[in-house]
Design a protein around this ligand. Structure first.
Ligand code: NI
Length: 174
């Protein structure tokens, strides 16, 4: 396992749609193992392959993200291949949503409260499950990455413009 570099906005791979995984080979398994380690190292609760520069439909998330009494010593992650949101229902505000690829920024984002997800596990077995609240938000956020969508694409035009201005200023200051 190795920690990979997390790319940040406006890196190109973050805005490109990712391709489906057809074969779960060693490369994919290594990618998933590295992504889990990279996510915990950041630290974060979810990570999508395009964030490490691989435009393939793979995500990982902290298996204990929804637990209230999280014990940071038990680091367990789940990898999903070709995850898809089949249906979404209800509506919640994801407060101060953030992303490892969008540094120094957070914003409230409107999300489904509950989603049904289909995916393959890392062995290629089909999964079909419901996620709600924090897990539903993680699913929507990470699967958005696979379509080249960042959470800043889901906030108001004005807020997004403010973020871009801030980033442009940061570039100038370098
Ligand atoms: Ni993200």
């Amino acid at each position: 396992m190795a920690i990979r570099k997390i790319l940040t906005y406006p890196e190109k791979s973050l805005s490109q749609p990712s391709v489906k995984v057809n074969t779960i080979d060693e490369d994919i398994k290594n990618l998933i193992a590295d992504m889990g380690e990279t996510m915990f190292n950041a630290p974060g609760v979810g990570l999508a392959a395009p964030q490490v520069g691989v435009n393939k439909r793979v995500i990982v998330y902290d298996s204990n993200a929804a637990k209230e009494d999280r014990d940071d010593s038990t680091k367990e992650f789940t990898g999903l291949i070709n995850p898809e949101i089949i249906t979404g229902s209800g509506s919640i505000i994801s407060e101060k949503e953030a992303c490892l690829s969008v540094p120094d920024y957070s914003a409230d984002v409107k999300r489904y409260e509950k989603v049904r997800v289909k995916a393959l596990d890392i062995e290629g077995n089909p999964l079909d499950f419901e996620a709600e609240n924090i897990l539903a938000i993680i699913m929507q956020h990470e699967i958005d990455h696979l379509d080249g969508i960042l959470f800043i694409d889901r906030i108001s035009v004005l807020k997004r413009a403010m973020y871009k201005k801030k980033m442009a200023k940061k570039q100038d200051d370098k």
